[in-house]
Design a protein around this ligand. Sequence first.
Ligand code: AMP
Length: 162
Amino acid sequence: MIDPAVARMLRNDPKSYVISADIVANVTATNTLEHAFMVLSKVGYSRIPVLDADDHLQGMISLAVITDKLLHVPGAAVDQLSNYTVADVMLPVEHWVDDPTKLETILNYMINEPFIPLVDEHKVFQGIITRREILKRINYLAHNLANYYEVIPRENVVEEDK
Ligand code: AMP
């Protein structure tokens, strides 16, 4: 369990650490892999969400799976990617949250994943929570904890900086 004082500080204004769906680059499962490759190259991210026509979260597409596909097509030419769709290689969404204040879950998922999708109760995509945004919060916490709480070491704590 996250320490309640830490959770309160991190959770303050949770909307501010969600990157809203309207500015998250995405593709649909019916897009060609050539299109997905171009979108990923243009935005400079290695992995983005796959949405359906009603904005439901369907999967993830990454440069790594496209490159892998490319290596298996004759001649490994990029234009061959137009013969395949995102649906052919997209990855399942393993972790997501439906509430941006679920910090314990978010931090646990984030150990292995650079961003966590946020969906509503119908799995309609709302945005993403990224490591960068959470790290900004943790940075703030690390610098400002003493402005909010009095932190007194317990007897068994060895303070190396003294
Ligand atoms: P960051 O913590 O900012 O490095 O972001 C972590 C990951 O989140 C990136 O590598 C992307 O996969 C994803 N990401 C961040 N911002 C966006 C965005 N605007 N559109 C799509 N994916 C994004």
